[in-house]
Ligand binder design. Sequence first.
Ligand code: DX5
Ligand code: ZN
Length: 218
Amino acid sequence: MTDVRINPSILAADFANFEREFERISSADAAHVDIMDNHFVPNLTFGQPMVERLQSLGTLPLDLHLMIENPDHWAPHFAEMGVFSVTFHLEAATAPATIARNIKAFGARAGVALRPGTPFAMIEELLPHFDQLLIMTVEPGFGGQKFMPETMPKLRQAREWATRTGSEIWLQVDGGVGAETIEKAAEAGADTFVAGSAVFRGEPAIEIARLRELAATH
Ligand code: DX5
Ligand code: ZN
């Protein structure tokens, strides 16, 4: 049985009250921070000054999801800020293994993300360089979208690869994850769950406990 990790996405939080919002999700494993540059995805969110401020709250480890162009340049700069993990998109990267090495050099976990249309075969050989793999279960860019069950075969492939090779890589899902979908993802092999609207829509502590329980029964 793998551990279950629940990382609320603060994209669904109140942007004018992050200090309070972080308190409300203090039972989570990490806060998932979506960094969007309006180029890799058609939306714009936070930059380094915001990450620095969230980091200074010290409430939760930060799990950064970079939806940006040129992660070769930017990912190490984010890692340098002392965050827990930095995940970048394979589709935007030139030298993924080098980026992973540079992230880890700053003591952060290195993650790589795949859009729904990017096949597992594109990352398989490079996976030993990474601490975590993020399988997107929606098209990146916006919260509140519908979970895509057609991404589950890719997650199964990743879990099979991890079992076969003895890898301890964490398998993360992100997008449309909630009480109705989390069991599907857990059953297909995910151990780390990002949920934005499902957590902040209700009472976060209750929603986090509910998701944890549903995921753990698999
Ligand atoms: C989408 C982001 C997600 C998003 C998830 O591009 O990467 O982290 O915040 O939001 P929900 O859980 O509402 O689908
Ligand atoms: Zn995300």
